[in-house]
Design a protein. Sequence first.
Length: 177
Amino acid sequence: MRRFLDRLYTASAVFAALCLAAIAVVMLAQAFGRGFGILIRGADDITGWLTAAAAFFALGHTFRHGELVRVGIWLDYMGPRARRVAELVSLGFAACFTAYMLWAISFYVYGGWQDGYLTQGLLIIPEWIPQMSLVFGMLILLIAILDELVAVLKKQKPSYQLQEEARRAAGDFSETV
């Protein structure tokens, strides 16, 4: 199970990186195309959809690697028992909030699919197609949060704490600046 989850987070991050690369390609094609009088229809639409996909697909991986913004300064001053309780409360709240967001986004996308909403830019496609990246990204983030919650319940250190400790041990204090 651990290997599957790690591959899921990595695949999600790779997909987010590919979305960023695709944004660069679309923007460069648009810039070079202008020089030759070529218009790339819907480039702004595609760039917007790819931006949202990149942001949401990166969430699970960045959370697991301790790259999301956390207020850890208080945790550093807590004892092991108090820190564990704070982690459980924080992860429980985050899981509930993320589950609600996943439900709300899924409900919205499903409603758009059911009603046949179409995008309003130059490229007219069913709106649910680009919106599915939000659903999948939130699902992966929820899985990552639940993964950490289970680890803390098992009295293990969460992976983001291990990543932070490894950075500090290597002399990398860029996260704390």
